[in-house]
Design a protein around this ligand. Sequence first.
Ligand code: NAG
Length: 245
Amino acid sequence: MHKFVALFLIATVIPLKTNANIFGGKCSRQDPNVDACLLRSFNNLVDYLKGGAPEMGIEEAEPIVIDELSIALGAGPDGYRATFKDIHASGASNMTITNVRSDLETHQFQLTLYGPHISARARYRSSGVLLLVRASGGGEYWGEYHGVKAKVYFRGAPYERDGRTYLKLQQLKLDFSVKDIKMGVENLDNSNAVLQAALNLFISTNAQELLKEMKPELKRDLADKMSRYLDHILQHIPYDELVVD
Ligand SMILES: *[C@@H]1O[C@H](CO)[C@@H](O)[C@H](O)[C@H]1NC(C)=O
């Protein structure tokens, strides 16, 4: 089963024994440098959750699995179309939060994250014409993404439960960019060397364009996964463990 779906399904609320070490201390709303405090706290939380947190029903964060993504370049019956399935991405757990901006009155947070390296593998199928070559077929896709920068914005709404204050996730948005992309295809079904060379030439020279093409769908999928993940965490860890007056 899909890891994040599994995570979602076991989102029954198990009360935590202690959260004392998760954030490594509380941040005060009165602190003029509260964002610096939140930065430390969020990074401590990321470290804590990296290997999974069974007491919260959270599995290890690696790999991120995306069922399917597709791209279309050019219109008409000969336009190039590719579908990527069973995308396994690893390296996201090595991301660190480099900046936090918060508005604690309205419970809004903007996090900047940086990851040195993310790898992805997927099965792909394509159809249409690419560089005058009929690019129909399938095979394996690989991608190495260096210098991944992401921004995550989220807003929560506080509520009381068992005498504690929790946040309920109201909205989450994310965006990302990749400095350097290396990617290609291999093990094509019909092992056509001409097609493979043409595809790889096209893919490696148009990597940023292809990512841009894929981005709306990828952003939706990742925002969806991250929302479920964050919502789950927020159900388990009282907000007053993080922020006090
Ligand atoms: C995270 O970074 C460490 C150190 O660079 C590396 O050994 C490890 O393979 C990385 N983890 C993933 C899942 O990429």
